[in-house]
Design a protein around this ligand. Structure first.
Ligand SMILES: [Ca+2]
Ligand SMILES: [Ca+2]
Length: 184
């Protein structure tokens, strides 16, 4: 009979491990290969700047747009006109835990229409600097920048209000998510 198959031709060939064991993981190499830090929201604020605004767009609800719970939300007062009439807009600003590359913003909301403008500007100057992305709001709105920006703040400015499920002109934000550059 032929028993060649059972004969280990070169048993020693299995011995050397080509991939190094995990002993080196304690060094800095593992951290360096973890990739870029994802954008992390540290805090947020509502923007209703005087003199035309009164700094009052449900400030108590501000944290609810970045609490990780899609069922909770920040919302503005409602307005008779989608163009406000008495002021240029209201906004919602987030401050990052540290300046981080941001490539796009995802908004989860129950409102539709209107216009949101995204800038990487300071919350005290919500309409200064280039508009990185803009568009109407929908259930899941993804606003992608032409290229990633290193941002300390991201400001959402609403020059035109969307409509809620009752047809009222107001902004509702269930979740604001900042996305880093796509891996790879
Ligand atoms: Ca107000
Ligand atoms: Ca929420």
């Amino acid at each position: 009979m032929i028993d060649v198959v059972e004969t280990p031709a070169e048993p020693e060939a299995e011995a050397p491990a080509e991939e190094a064991p995990a002993e080196g993981a304690e060094g800095g190499s593992a951290e360096a290969e973890a990739g870029p830090v994802p954008p992390q929201i540290a805090s947020a604020q509502q923007l209703d700047p005087p003199p035309t605004g009164d700094n009052n767009e449900h400030p108590e609800a501000v944290p609810l747009a970045h609490d990780g719970d899609p069922s909770t939300f920040w919302y503005t007062r409602w307005y008779a006109s989608p163009d406000y009439g008495m002021k240029p807009g209201v906004g919602y600003a987030v401050t990052l835990a540290q300046p981080t590359a941001v490539a796009s913003v995802t908004l989860q909301t129950s409102v539709n229409g209107g216009v949101v403008e995204v800038r990487a500007t300071d919350p005290s100057t919500p309409t200064e600097g280039p508009v990185l992305a803009s568009g109407p709001l929908g259930p899941e709105t993804v606003l992608t920048f032409p290229e990633p920006v290193e941002a300390a703040h991201i400001v959402l400015w609403f020059p035109q209000l969307p409509q809620d499920s009752d047809g009222r002109n107001r902004v509702v934000l269930n979740e604001v998510v900042l996305n880093g550059p796509a891996a790879g």
